[in-house]
Write a protein that binds this ligand. Structure first.
Ligand SMILES: [Zn+2]
Length: 477
């Protein structure tokens, strides 16, 4: 902060989205190694109506910007002022995002080290809860003539920097800045601005290597900070080091919350089988016993969990991490219930027909005819029920509506028979999911997660009936 060239900057805009909204005023204070060297401010004509709320807050009206230059007219001069300097702003991601979008539309590219004064305040004064500009102005008794105007607010930031320098000292302020500015090393295969576009919202991200090979699928409440964490570790974790060498592209998908991120991640893990996700391989080995009482003579059949579909769960028992543990569980049932090992398919039929458990009195003789096949089958049903997957508690499909409390953006995750069918963001998408005949593969982690979720529904979620047969009203109690 005090041994570098810094621009304290503030923008006024028509709204909150760098994509859809425009800058209407720029104000900045230029500092060279802790000395004030100049300030600059201009109104910008956004070529659109300024919303009434913004006009009231800032005092900037449509008439005032009518004769002002458009952004591309000042972009060259602004780029020169910003060139080679640290950009300091309050909630710097906001200002940086707007500047980059406007420069891009003007045909220029802009990137700079970014210092967020909110994060800096939080780091220097962790004992305080609030660090918005109004709170800081009051706390440090700063006099501001032009609050909510770009230059007025930029001047407040420079004033704050000087107060912090006096209250603390150069060393600790500089150290905090250095830490905040410490950039994660951008992997060689990624473009320089790869991290700038990442949003700070919940969702999933995919790291791709050469030939679009999926390396890793992750999820987070904050996509940007989680992706950066892969490449900012000091020292880096072994797996992250390998991925840093291979990664060539980062892709992501925003969700309304963490449930959506979880469901999308588990779907992507199955679709892409990314190289560095350990769970995805474990899922391949997941298996269960399938046995149909109407074909009682046939022994239970061991099936891969990936072959299971939502409608077939009725005849499926247990879920096991490996074939060995599946056989072990069935053997244990046979021994407690006196079932026949041959009938269960656990050993081949011998010359005299009896299984190895029969002479030990551990089989009641379904193999020798001492017990009827029907009677044995009835006892198999009873024994297997201990392994049964919990029945789906609803009639047909239900939706889990998840809403982001900050943006009110909401999504509907459609689930049926413990399986995730997809997420709808629009009426049409929800309708399609409601009507589709597509079956979803069963996933043990999703099953466990849904069971937990139904027991204790998070505040951001509600259950919505999608099937006409489901007449219950869901309330939060
Ligand atoms: Zn037997």
């Amino acid at each position: 902060m005090f041994n570098d060239r810094v621009v304290f900057l503030d923008l006024e805009t028509t709204g909150g989205s760098p994509t859809f909204d425009r800058i209407i005023e720029i104000g900045l204070v230029e500092i060279d190694r802790g000395r004030w060297v100049g300030e600059w401010s201009t109104l910008i004509n956004p070529h659109r109506h300024i919303p009434q709320g913004v006009q009231t807050l800032t005092g900037i009206t449509d008439e005032m910007v009518e004769s002002a230059p458009a952004f591309d007219e000042v972009s060259g001069a602004l780029a020169q002022r910003l060139d080679g300097k640290v950009l300091a702003a309050h909630n710097a991601r906001f200002d940086y995002g707007f500047l980059r979008s406007e420069f891009r539309r003007a045909g220029l590219s802009y990137s700079a080290p970014v210092l967020c004064t909110v994060k800096l305040a939080r780091r220097l004064f962790p004992e305080h809860g609030r660090h918005n500009l109004d709170a800081l102005i009051v706390r440090h008794a700063i006099f501001c003539i032009n609050r909510h105007r770009a230059l007025g607010d930029a001047q407040v930031l420079w004033e704050l920097a000087q107060i912090w320098r006096r209250e603390l000292d150069d060393g600790s302020v500089n150290a905090a800045c250095a830490e905040l500015l410490r950039q994660p090393t951008i992997p060689a295969g990624l473009p320089q601005d790869a991290f700038d576009r990442l949003p700070e919202v919940p969702g999933v991200y995919i790291l791709y290597g050469a030939n679009d090979l999926a390396l890793y699928v992750g999820r987070s409440a904050n996509i940007r900070s989680r992706v950066l964490a892969h490449f900012a570790g000091d020292p880096p974790a072994r797996m992250d080091m390998h991925m840093a060498r291979e990664v060539q592209r980062v892709d992501w998908s925003e969700t309304a919350g963490e449930l959506g991120a979880y469901l999308q991640q588990s779907q992507l893990l199955k679709e892409l089988a990314p190289v560095y996700n350990r769970q995805s391989r474990r899922a391949d080995e997941l298996c269960a016993w399938r046995w149909r009482p109407e074909q009682a003579e046939a022994p239970p059949e061991l099936v891969d969990a990936s072959e299971l579909e939502s409608d077939a769960l009725r005849n499926v028992y247990g879920l096991f991490r490996s074939r060995a543990s599946a056989c072990e569980a069935l053997r244990a049932l046979a021994s407690t219930h006196g079932l026949c090992l041959v009938m269960l398919g656990l050993e081949p039929r011998s010359a005299n027909g009896a299984c190895s458990a029969y002479p030990l009195d551990c089989c009641r003789g379904a193999c020798t005819g001492a017990e009827s096949a029907i009677r044995h089958a009835m006892r198999v049903v009873q024994a297997l029920s201990e392994l049964r997957i919990k029945p789906w508690p609803y009639r047909g499909r239900v939706g889990l509506r998840e809403t982001d409390p900050h943006t009110e953006r909401s999504e509907l995750h459609v689930v049926d028979e413990w399986c995730y069918l997809g997420t709808g963001r629009t009426e049409a998408e929800v309708h399609e999911l409601k009507e589709s005949t597509r079956k979803a593969p069963f996933d043990l982690d999703t099953y466990k997660m849904l069971r937990r979720l139904f027991k204790l529904l998070p505040r951001s979620c509600e259950i919505v009936a999608l099937d006409a047969r489901e007449s219950r009203l869901f309330d939060r109690s």
